[in-house]
Design a protein around this ligand. Structure first.
Ligand code: TRP
Length: 338
């Protein structure tokens, strides 16, 4: 075990609403493989948060908890280095959420840009579940309960970190001692991976994703269907690489940057067929995903072992949340029986 008090504590999480895909891999999973070596890393499977916009379909959430865990383990998240925990099984997170809820106004929640975007995206209009509006508070509880100081996030989650730190300052000011810790966001360097259809974001619900557990057939079909340059009709024509999904993927997944630069220049000049660039990408994705897929299958066959990893991780994470919650209650004076 390589846990030590001097390492920064990192928390990230995913909502279990489907298996994870290449967008997650490029945007955050890959970075977590590095982070687990140099930090004390916690990964939260945020099922309670997923329920805030899937309350009518709880099975969609609960049935994907194990899928997300399988994805983590299959890519090489090592439970000896990273603590994987299931959010709903740590009641102290809900308890801390209830406390923090008093340090934010409804007006402030409604101003959160991420929430505003998501409300629009999900078509909630005015019918926003209260839990959804307040999920930034729950996320602040996650971060502060684990005393995480480093939170790797995409740009869209920056307002969450800002709101977390606001809550921390308000709470600490109210109790007159620095009980909760502020955190800093670590922005991922990778720009968001587009969907195979060229839409700005890869997402399972948009049907434009390649799952980490995709079969080799699914990978082949997805690459063939990828949006390139609709005006690149003849091989000899110059082609556009901007907005060309195949090049966005090569940038994200082909480590040989020289080769990508060559392909890019050739494509621009003309004389390079889409099928050739796609073949290069397909080869790369097949070799990236083949070991992940086989490890996923191996783990899938041993469900009990995966559940045991989740159980132990959740217990360890809970101890940390309990000690934070004790300090919070003590600071508020909510201790009557000792
Ligand atoms: N909101 C995050 C997402 O949509 C998931 C998440 C839940 C999270 N709790 C967290 C991320 C705590 C970082 C820290 O992906």
């Amino acid at each position: 075990m390589s846990r030590s008090a001097s390492k920064p504590v990192v928390l990230t999480g995913d909502r279990p609403t489907g298996p994870l895909h290449l967008g997650h891999y490029a945007g955050s999973l890959k970075a977590r493989l590095e982070l687990q070596r140099v930090t004390e890393q916690y990964l939260l499977i945020a099922d309670a948060q997923a329920l805030t916009d899937n309350a009518g379909d709880p099975a969609k959430v609960t049935s994907n908890v194990l899928e997300v865990a399988l994805d983590y383990l299959a890519i090489g998240i090592d439970p000896r280095m990273t603590t994987i925990a299931i959010q709903s099984q740590i009641p102290e997170l809900a308890e801390l959420t209830a406390v923090l809820m008093n340090y934010v106004t409804v007006a402030r929640l409604e101003r959160n840009p991420t929430i505003k975007d998501e409300i629009r995206l999900r078509g909630f209009e005015r019918d926003i579940p209260a839990g959804f509006l307040a999920y930034p508070v729950a996320q602040a509880a996650d971060i502060t309960a684990f005393r995480a100081t480093l939170v790797p996030v995409g740009e869209d989650q920056l307002p969450m970190i800002e709101q977390t730190n606001e809550l921390v300052r308000r709470f600490n000011a109210a109790v007159g001692e620095p009980v909760l810790l502020e955190c800093i966001a670590q922005l991922s360097q990778v720009t968001r991976l587009p969907g195979i259809d060229g839409k700005a974001k890869m997402s399972k619900s948009l049907g434009n994703a390649i799952a980490l557990g995709a079969s080799s057939d699914e990978i082949r079909r997805a690459v063939r269907a990828m949006y390139t340059d609709e005006r690149h009709l003849n091989v000899s024509d110059p082609g556009r690489v901007e907005g060309n999904v195949v090049f966005a993927f090569l940038d994200a997944f082909e480590p040989d940057v020289g080769r990508v630069a060559e392909l890019r220049a050739h494509y621009r000049r003309g004389g390079l067929a889409d099928s050739v660039v796609k073949a290069a990408l397909e080869e790369r994705l097949q070799s990236l995903l083949a070991p992940i897929r086989s490890e996923r299958h191996r783990l899938q066959a041993d469900r009990a072992a995966v559940l045991e990893i989740l159980k132990q991780g959740t217990e360890r994470a809970r101890e940390r949340a309990v000690s934070t919650m004790d300090a919070v209650k003590r600071a508020l004076g909510l201790m009557y029986f000792e």
